[in-house]
Structures are given as structure tokens and as C-alpha cells.
Design a protein around this ligand. Structure first.
Ligand code: ADP
Length: 821
């Protein structure tokens, strides 16, 4: 899309000349909208039941009172530094591994495998202990600060085409709740929306899953197929069914979307399978065995602050230039000594350097527990080290200001499919504003939350917060209105968008490898299961020089379309928020449109309707779009889709970054046991043998030692010992080590790419051999000892490089698994 498209977007989204609205405020105003004045409700909002008045929640009240305390008054526990942090680097760290939704805790190795110096491979002993001369280059880059970084240069064509505006979000979903216990025997009929439904007898979960899956295949998915009866072809397709019983705070926007699409909602669930399940928290909100669900397994874990930092760091080790959009971060308490040493080293070299750091507790949200420090010796850091794991990060001191206020952007990104990777970005998002004019951090203002943190959930409690019905004024605006304003000042907003798209694609590329491991664990190939998609909330800060910086990714971005209004002291009412509604309803509705399982059938059936219309002359002859119930295209009356595909559209520019993804494919291939997320010693040996990586200089005994050394170190950093073995990140570390040994003279990413190529080459040869072998053995039956063709393949691979006779199903199981979409 060209510049013209951008201006089109902007025309559409720029604020129209001021139309006075009740409750609207000036952008810089300090007054709050009159709470008692009834506000005009949007037509959609009128459809919703008006919520009862309720007293201020305890949480809101606590936040209000606690606003400033958060930044400054945490009790310090000085002893913690010595005990928990200054200890030996390989110290056992209390588990901070998030428990996977399924209740199975997952090992999340806390130590980054990178050493923070642009090197990925580690030998024994953990390279992050080393704070050597090799750090100097990276440190000087840090010293320059993100503010001085130039956009990535070189291989990547930075400027991808852009399609639309953007926006951010004010508040985050409430912290994820513990996953509900699965109740395998509980029939869905208990929550039935169909009056006729008779609850089936309880069944074991898997058996029920299989049954539901078959029902889905026969009734739901089958709808796309032709029955062969011409009358069926002409009959309008049934509406898409959506189970919204677990939608939680996104329910309001979801209901409006379903109504606009003329689909059928099941607000209390349904005995029969639905086409789409909308979960408010995680994949595991409900047992699902068919259809589509709006969450990926493992996503919540992947975007936690520590996990995200670690995933991005692997990419920074491989591609430092391309991934300089993420502030330099250290994981606490594991990397506290590294943090101290690196900061000291830079300060020694340049005493005038006065950095600021932001400390963010892992798993926190809505600004909870975040504070700024100027030095690693800050007393509050000692308290954090003792109490909870956290990320400490360079603070971006020079953000772009509007009306002298700091703001960030919430962008909505749809991960439509994992394999093949499909990413969409919403044209518009939200911008959340601080409520106190910004000043660069100094000891005097470090604790000013309303100056430094853009969280809606914090700033809403400021007396300066401005609710506005206009999308271009107030403390929460559309991002497109910001772009419009920047454009009027001569800013190249096409470049800004292009950089943002690039940031989003690269971040998703960093997340996908481990997501694939989660996926195959929760939905093993060959078993019934739903397909997944997910809306992610990207929080992005624009620097003064307009470079976008990734702050974090939210797996459950708030989709609320209301905000609280105080009617009288302590009494609040939820009122519609027009800005939220405008952005979020479009995102949910258009996500549903993209995922529509009956799209093909509907499009096919709309063909006969198009023909007679095409023959008519003028628009006045046409039936208004969507006016007729017989029109099988219920989307005819809807605006064009607000989500723009960016991947695979720009795949060519970014595919070279997907090295870890290819490593994850190797890792998954050798996992062996279905549902496992860790590689056993035999699997690792088989990987080495099948890829022909052992040699006279790397004996199998050395391979075993490598496995034990790396695995033990990673596992020692988590209390999750149930699932023993090598996690993906440990495998990546081992892979980097092997790559550096084999291709000594190349830069790291070329070493790794060469080794991945080599492994894939040998495995494809092996697959070919098995294919041939399978054909010739077809008459002879299966390999002994295997009860299934897949078992034959697996036993072949587990046989330490001595593949027995196998079938051509081996190829299926060793090639790309079924689409992880
Ligand atoms: P939370 O999940 O608690 O909202 P965030 O990582 O989003 O945590 O940080 C909260 C706020 O702090 C952000 O909205 C942003 O305003 C500010 N912030 C976070 N990281 C940085 C940073 N590295 N530099 C500047 N400001 C930051």
C-alpha cells in the first residue's frame, strides 16, 4: 500500500472539526468529565444492560491510595542481595516458572543462555558469569543508550509497506486467574443454550473429545462441503456459532461483533460443538476438542516479562541490529551480578553517564510494583531481589511527547496461525497518556508515576485524567489521531508505521519457537483438538526520534469498551467508552471475519446473487447492502477489514530471522514422547547421530556430557523437576555451542544458519531413505516392535542412528507437523 493509502486512512481517522460533546475535554485540560451528566450512549451501547451502580472496588481504591507508594516505598531487605543474588551464579533459584494452564508446571529456565555480550553459545559453567573484555563493545552500545540507536541497517529492508493507522490500549486485563480445574465428566449440557439438549452421560475427557470432534466434523466443519444436492448449494449457510461463555471482560465487544456479523452466540455454552470458542484468559479456560479457539496454549507464559526478555535476547545474540528495538534487560535475581558489573564498567569508562533503569516484576501488570532507579545499589532493588523475580531494563529517557505528556501505543496484533505463520496488524490502536508533564528522570521525580508510567489503570486515578468522547483528545486517544497530528507537523508517518510493522513481525518471530513446543504438547499431532488464533496487545513507546520501542506484549489485552465514572464519592458506574468501542469492536469483529469457518461456502453461495446485480446499471438499482435477509453475505454492510496482513506478506524480508524457529522444528522432531516439552538424553543423542554431528573431535561421550551439563544447569534454575530433560532454550544453547565448534570463523548467526542447514539436509536424506524403504517394505509389513506406523518411525529414530525398516508414514511424522493454526 502506498502513501495514498495512508492519507486515506488518516482522512478517515483524523478528528473532524470540533463538535462540542458533553463530557469532552481539552487535551491539556485538567478537569474531569462531569460524572453526573448522562452521556449519549452509542447505539451498540444501548443494547447492553445498564450496569447497576456499585461502590468503588477495593482494588481501585487501593490503587488510588497506593499510586505513589508503588514507586518509592517498598520495604528494603538488604540482606537479600547477599543471600539470593550475590550468590554463585549457578545458585538454585526458587521457581518462578509459571504453571501451564493444564496444571502441569513447566520448566522455565531463568538464566538467559546469552551472556549479554552478543554471544549465544556457552560452554560449561554458564557464560553469563563472565563479565570480560568481550562485553566492552556491547556495553558501549548500552552506554549510548537506546536513544542513540539507529534503526537496524543492512540486510533487512526496513521499510515495509504500510497499511493503516495504529493505536494503543488503556488498561490491561486483570491478572490471569488460575486455570479452572478440568472437569472431564461434566457434560456441557449443564450450560446448554439449546433447550432441547439432553445431557449425555459423563465420559472420560478424551473419549468425549473424540466424540465431539466427530460431531464437529460431521456438523460444523462439514458445512463447507457440498452434499451433492443442488438445493443444498443454494440454501443459505447456517450462521457461525460462537461460544462466549468464557469471554469475561471482552463479552461486550464480542456481543456487538457477533450481532454485526449476524452470527449465533451461545452465552452459556452449548452441548454441541461451536465453530468458535472465545476465551477471556487462556487456552485452558474450557475443554475444547474441535473448532477454533482464540488462545494459543503457552502464550500467557511466553509473554511474561522474563520469558519475553529471554526470547528476545536469543534473537539479539543472533541479530543485534535487528532486535535493538527492545531495551537492554537483565533478569533478576539471576543476572543481578552481571547487571551490577556491566553498569559499573560503563560508569568507570564514562563518569558523566547517568543512566536510569526501570524495574518490573515478572508476571506483573498495570504498572503494579514498577519503579525507577538510578543505580543498581538502590535499596528497593534489594527488596525486589528477595521478594519476586523481575526484569530490570534501561529506561527510555527521551520519549516522544504530545502536549508535553509521555504516551504509549497499544496495538492489536492477530496471530492467525503459527505454522504457517500468519500475522495481521490492526490499522488503529489506542494511545494512553500520562497525566503529569514529562521531565527526564532525576532523583526528584523518579517516584512520579503519573509522569513516567503510561498505564491507564494508574493514570485514571490522577485528578488530571481526561475522559473524552473524542478520539483525538483526552488521556486515551486513537493512535490514528496521533499519526494524523504528527503528519500535520511533517513527520514521515509511513516510516513510523513501517518500523512498527517490522517490530511486530520480529517480536512474533522471537516468540513462535517456544509456542510451537507448547502447541505440540497440548494438541499433539493426530489427536483431536481445536485450531488456535489470538489477539495480542503490543505496548510500544515512540522515542523522540520516532523509533518505536517494544515495552511488552499482552496475551490478554483488555477488550473492555466501558470505563468507570464516579457518580458520587465512592460510587462508580460503568459507562461506554467511545474510543475503546471504536477500536476494539472492529478488532474483534474483523478477527472473527478472518477466522470465519463458513466463509468459503458463503462466498460460493453469494455468486448467484452477484450476477443479476452486475447486470444492473446504477447504484440506485442495487439493493442496499445487507438490507435483505436473503443476502447470504452478512458482511456486505460492514466496513472493510481493519486488520492488515503483514506476514507472510513481508515474509521475504524477515524469513532469514527464523533460525530459532527451525531449531525448534528439530527439537520437536526428536522429542519422542507425545505431549513432552523436554528432550531426553536418547533424543539428544539421536539428534546428534541423525544429523551426523559427532566426529573424532566430538565423541558421543562428549555429547552426553554436553547434554548433562547444559540440562542440569537449566533445570537447576527451576523447581519444576517433574518433566525432566532438556528444554528448548537449553537445546538452543547446545545448538549454538555445536555451531561455534563446527563453523569457527563465521559470525554467530551464520554459524547457526550453517548448522541448521546441515541438520535439515541430513534429516531430509534420512527421510528419503525411509520413504524408499517404506515403499519396498509395504508388502512385508511393519517393523517389529512397533504397533503403529508412527511408532515404527519413532523407534527407528530412538534406535540411536540405526533406522530399521520403516514405512512412508515416517515421512509424515518427520516432516512438518500438521498446521499449527
Ligand atoms: P505493566 O505490564 O505493569 O504495564 P510495562 O512493561 O507495560 O508493565 O510498563 C509499564 C509502563 O512503564 C509502560 O506503560 C511505560 O509507560 C513505562 N515503561 C516500561 N518500560 C519502559 C522503558 N524501558 N522505558 C520507559 N518507560 C517504560
Amino acid at each position: 500500500m502506498g502513501a495514498g493509502d495512508v492519507s486515506l486512512l488518516l482522512r478517515g481517522s483524523c478528528p473532524s472539526p470540533a463538535v462540542p460533546r458533553r463530557g469532552a475535554q481539552e487535551p491539556t485540560g485538567v478537569t474531569r468529565s462531569c460524572p453526573a451528566a448522562p452521556q449519549p450512549r452509542s447505539p451498540a451501547a444501548q443494547l447492553r444492560p445498564r450496569p447497576a451502580l456499585r461502590p468503588r472496588s477495593a482494588r481501585a481504591s487501593a490503587l488510588f491510595q497506593d499510586g505513589r507508594r508503588r514507586l518509592c516505598d517498598r520495604p528494603g531487605h538488604v540482606g537479600a542481595v547477599a543471600q539470593g543474588v550475590a550468590a554463585a551464579p549457578a545458585a538454585i533459584v526458587p521457581s518462578r516458572a509459571p504453571s501451564r494452564g493444564g496444571g502441569r508446571p513447566v520448566s522455565r529456565s531463568p538464566s538467559g543462555h546469552g551472556d549479554g555480550q552478543g554471544r549465544g553459545a556457552r560452554g560449561r559453567g554458564g557464560a553469563w558469569r563472565r563479565v570480560g573484555a568481550a562485553a566492552a563493545a556491547a556495553l558501549s552500545a548500552m552506554r549510548r543508550g537506546s536513544g542513540d540507536r539507529e534503526p537496524a541497517a543492512g540486510r533487512e529492508a526496513e521499510r515495509v509497506g504500510l497499511d493503516a493507522g495504529a493505536a494503543g490500549e488503556p488498561e490491561r486485563e486483570a491478572p490471569e486467574e488460575p486455570r479452572e480445574e478440568r472437569a472431564p465428566g461434566r457434560p456441557r449440557a449443564a450450560r446448554e443454550g439449546d433447550a432441547s439438549a439432553v445431557p449425555p452421560p459423563p465420559q472420560p475427557a478424551r473419549a468425549r473429545g473424540l466424540r465431539l470432534h466427530r460431531e464437529a466434523a460431521g456438523k460444523g466443519r462439514g458445512c463447507g462441503r457440498s452434499s451433492g444436492n443442488p438445493a443444498d448449494e443454494l440454501r443459505p449457510p447456517r450462521p457461525v456459532t460462537v461460544d462466549s461463555s468464557k469471554a469475561r471482560t471482552s463479552l461486550g465487544a464480542l456481543k456487538i461483533s457477533i450481532r454485526q456479523l449476524r452470527w449465533k452466540e451461545f452465552p452459556f455454552g452449548r452441548r454441541l460443538p461451536c465453530d468458535i470458542y472465545w476465551h477471556g484468559v487462556s487456552f485452558h479456560d474450557n475443554d475444547i476438542f474441535s473448532g477454533q479457539v482464540n488462545k494459543f496454549p503457552g502464550m500467557t507464559e511466553m509473554v511474561r516479562k522474563i520469558t519475553l526478555s529471554r526470547a528476545v535476547r536469543i534473537m539479539q545474540n543472533l541479530f543485534p541490529e535487528e532486535y535493538n528495538f527492545y531495551p537492554r534487560s537483565w533478569i533478576l535475581p539471576d543476572e543481578f551480578q552481571l547487571f551490577v558489573a556491566q553498569v559499573r564498567m560503563v560508569k568507570d569508562g564514562d563518569p558523566s553517564w547517568k543512566p536510569t533503569f526501570i524495574v518490573k516484576p515478572d508476571g506483573g501488570c498495570q504498572g503494579d510494583g514498577i519503579y525507577l532507579i538510578k543505580d543498581p545499589s538502590d535499596i528497593r532493588l534489594a527488596g525486589t531481589l528477595q521478594s519476586r523475580p523481575a526484569v530490570v531494563q534501561e529506561y527510555i529517557c527521551k520519549p516522544l511527547l504530545i502536549d508535553k505528556l509521555k504516551f504509549d501505543i497499544r496495538l492489536y496484533v492477530l496471530l492467525k496461525s503459527l505454522d504457517p505463520l500468519e500475522i495481521y496488524i490492526a490499522k488503529d490502536g489506542l494511545s494512553r497518556f500520562c497525566t503529569e508533564p514529562y521531565q527526564e528522570p532525576s532523583p526528584k521525580n523518579l517516584h512520579h508515576v503519573f509522569m513516567h508510567l503510561t498505564n491507564y489503570s494508574l493514570n485514571i486515578h490522577s485528578g488530571n485524567f481526561v475522559h473524552s468522547d473524542s478520539t483525538s483528545t483526552g488521556s486515551k486517544r486513537t493512535f490514528s489521531s496521533i499519526l494524523c497530528r504528527l503528519s500535520s507537523k511533517g513527520v514521515d508517518i509511513k516510516k513510523v508505521w513501517s518500523d512498527i510493522i517490522s517490530l511486530v513481525i520480529k517480536t512474533v518471530i522471537a516468540l513462535t519457537p517456544e509456542l510451537k513446543v507448547f502447541y505440540q504438547s497440548d494438541i499433539p499431532a493426530g489427536r483431536p483438538g481445536p485450531t488456535c488464533f489470538q489477539i495480542l496487545g503490543f505496548d510500544i513507546l515512540l522515542m523522540k526520534n520516532l523509533k518505536p520501542i517494544l515495552l511488552e506484549v499482552n496475551a490478554n489485552p483488555s477488550m473492555r469498551i466501558e470505563h468507570e465514572q464516579e457518580l458520587s464519592p465512592g460510587v462508580f458506574e460503568n459507562v461506554p467508552s467511545l474510543v475503546d468501542e471504536e477500536v476494539k469492536v472492529a478488532v474483534i469483529r474483523d478477527t472473527l471475519r478472518l477466522m470465519d469457518p463458513l466463509k468459503n461456502k458463503r462466498e460460493k453461495q453469494s455468486q448467484p446473487h452477484k450476477k443479476p446485480l452486475a447486470g444492473k446499471e446504477g447504484p440506485s438499482d442495487c439493493e442496499p447492502a445487507g438490507a435483505s435477509d436473503t443476502n447470504p453475505n452478512p458482511e456486505a454492510h460492514l466496513p472493510s477489514i481493519c486488520l492488515k496482513q503483514v506476514f507472510p506478506k513481508y515474509a521475504k524480508q524477515f524469513n532469514y530471522l527464523r533460525l530459532v524457529d527451525r531449531m525448534a522444528n528439530l527439537f520437536i522432531r526428536f522429542l519422542g514422547i507425545k505431549g513432552s516439552m523436554k528432550l531426553g538424553p536418547t533424543g539428544f543423542r539421536t539428534f546428534i547421530r541423525n544429523c551426523k554431528l559427532s566426529s573424532s573431535s566430538l565423541s558421543m561421550a562428549a555429547v552426553d556430557i554436553l547434554y548433562i551439563d547444559i540440562t542440569r544447569r537449566w533445570n537447576s534454575m527451576t523447581l519444576d523437576q517433574r518433566d525432566s530433560g532438556m528444554c528448548l532454550q537449553a537445546f538452543v544453547e547446545a545448538f549454538f555451542y555445536l555451531a561455534q565448534r563446527k563453523f569457527k570463523m563465521l559470525p554467530l548467526h551464520e554459524q547457526v544458519a550453517s548448522l541448521v542447514d546441515l541438520c535439515e539436509y541430513h534429516l531430509s536424506l534420512l527421510d528419503e531413505r525411509r520413504l524408499v524403504c517404506g515403499r519396498s517394505s509395504r508388502a512385508g509389513g511393519r517393523a517389529p516392535g512397533s504397533s503403529t506406523p508412527q511408532g515404527a518411525t519413532r523407534s527407528a529414530e530412538q534406535a540411536d542412528g540405526h533406522p530399521p525398516c520403516c514405512t512412508d508414514s515416517a515421512r509424515k511424522s518427520s516432516g512438518p507437523r500438521r498446521a499449527l493454526s
